[in-house]
Design a protein around this ligand. Structure first.
Ligand code: GLU
Length: 458
């Protein structure tokens, strides 16, 4: 099947899917796949499906599935539809029956040991280790004899020996020579399905138009395109295989998935928008930069911006990006998160605007909230200085100019300036060596609290 690139006008409503197996939590590399699909759906007003590939009942758990949903929601992804493969076996059974009827799914009885022996012999002879289709040559009586022995077959998909070509939306003209592949096993001896058949059957059933996934799946694409054809799909979806994220050392992420799991990053206080920007812009032609919403990020690039070289990313850069994102988040953006920390009322917005530029993590805002409306560890001032500071304090109402007025007159009264003047005041008023501009904090702390703190109270 030779696919050509279609212009956006050729598809009315794209349907894409993110299809994790709920056998663990997702990491930043999986987020890359999810987000690229989501952005594609957003840009083309399409549908984003979340499909749990949970046919492996031993390894898939409900807990992981829920965890993945939580992680996607945190990233800002709201699926339009959800599907679970474990609820769809009727569809797969029908697809398998159809392939059997077409002679494209055939029973095989070789044990793993026999297959391994054949493979070694082929290699020794210098032949490619491709399944020899011996099972296709079994006579009816041989098949009957095997069945009588109680042997259960596994089932292989009979590939057409041809070069399958497709125009990959990221990698360009691509092909897989199916003549050099073993006929893939689609159904195991115990009747359970491997990933390929359910995936293609679901993609057809759900009308998936674009399969956007990691380039570790390129080698599956030839088989899958033949399977789409065999199952009677009007046409196979378009494919886009993106490069995989690696750590700064060039190693794949799976080994270190714990630290880089979405849940782990969230718990470490990394901003979700930084994760999204890093997950998608790394290994693209667009510079990694802060983004303040997913639509903004989606608008920055399309699949063609993904580069074909590796996508190395650096955890340190992620932490740094997270701070840059945090420092630029508007009050409206964080209002609900502030509410969850009980930062509400008239001081909430000015506090956020005063303190955001000093935060390493969002939760640090709680520290500055205590400074403006809670208690801090008392820091005693030298008594004469404290008395002068109290005496110079202007009357309320205060605004951002009050700090300048106060310290100017205190400077005149004490002869102190620079750090000698400001540092003790900062310590007494905030309990911290450094922090947001005092001109902004002072009106929020308020005169009564300032007077108390100048007297060494909390
Ligand atoms: N469950 C498969 C995976 O996580 C889906 C692959 C695909 O997108 O086709 O690798």
């Amino acid at each position: 099947m030779n696919q050509s690139v279609k212009s956006p006008a050729d598809f009315v409503v794209p349907v894409v899917r993110f299809a994790p197996s709920p056998t663990g939590r997702i990491h930043i590399g999986n987020a890359r796949t999810a987000l690229l699909n989501y952005f594609f759906a957003c840009r083309h007003s399409g549908t984003f499906l979340l499909r749990f590939d949970d046919t492996d009942s031993e390894r898939s758990t409900e807990e992981y599935a829920l965890g993945i949903e939580v992680d996607l929601a945190w990233l800002g992804i709201a699926p339009d539809r959800k599907m679970r493969q474990s609820e769809r076996f009727t569809l797969y059974d029908a697809a398998a029956a159809k392939l059997k009827a077409l002679g494209r799914l055939y029973p095989c009885f070789e044990s793993p040991e026999e297959l391994e022996r054949k493979r070694r012999l082929q290699i020794a002879r210098g032949a490619p280790p491709v399944y020899d289709r011996a099972a296709l040559r079994l006579s009816q009586s041989e098949l009957a004899a095997l069945a009588a022995e109680g042997r259960k077959p596994h089932w292989r998909f009979k590939l057409t020996p041809e070069v399958v070509q497709w125009e990959d939306l990221i990698r360009g003209a691509s092909h897989i020579d199916c003549a050099s592949l073993s006929d893939p096993v689609l159904v195991r001896e115990d009747g359970s399905y491997l990933y390929t058949l359910p995936s293609v059957a679901d993609d057809i059933d759900a009308g998936v138009t674009h399969i956007i996934r990691g380039e570790d799946h390129v080698t599956n694409t030839g088989v899958q395109i033949q399977l789409f054809e065999a199952l009677g799909a009007p046409q196979a979806p378009q494919f886009a295989h993106h490069n995989l994220l690696t750590g700064a050392d060039g190693q794949g992420l799976s080994k270190r998935a714990g630290a880089l799991s979405i849940a782990g990053l969230r718990e470490a206080g990394i901003e979700s928008l930084a994760v999204a920007a890093m997950a998608t812009l790394t290994g693209s032609s667009i510079a990694v930069q802060p983004a303040y919403s997913l639509p903004q990020l989606a608008g920055l690039f399309d699949l063609g911006s993904i580069s074909r070289t590796s996508a190395r990313f650096d955890e340190e850069e992620l932490r740094h990006l997270s701070q840059r994102v945090l420092h630029g988040l508007s009050y409206d953006h964080v209002r609900e998160r502030l509410q969850a920390l009980e930062i509400v009322g008239r001081k909430a917005e000015p506090l956020w605007l005063a303190a955001r530029g000093n935060l390493e993590k969002f939760s640090d805002i709680a520290v500055w909230r205590l400074v403006v409306e809670g208690e801090i560890a008392p820091q005693a001032l030298e008594p004469d200085f404290a008395a002068a500071a109290r005496a110079a304090l202007p009357p309320e109402p205060w605004d951002e100019s009050s700090w300048g007025l106060w310290t100017q007159s205190l400077k005149q009264a004490t002869g102190l300036k620079g750090k000698a003047l400001f540092h003790p005041l900062r310590l007494a008023l905030t309990g911290h060596e450094s922090g947001p501009e005092l001109a902004k904090l002072l009106p929020l702390i308020g005169r009564a609290r300032v007077l108390a703190r100048l007297s060494g109270k909390s």
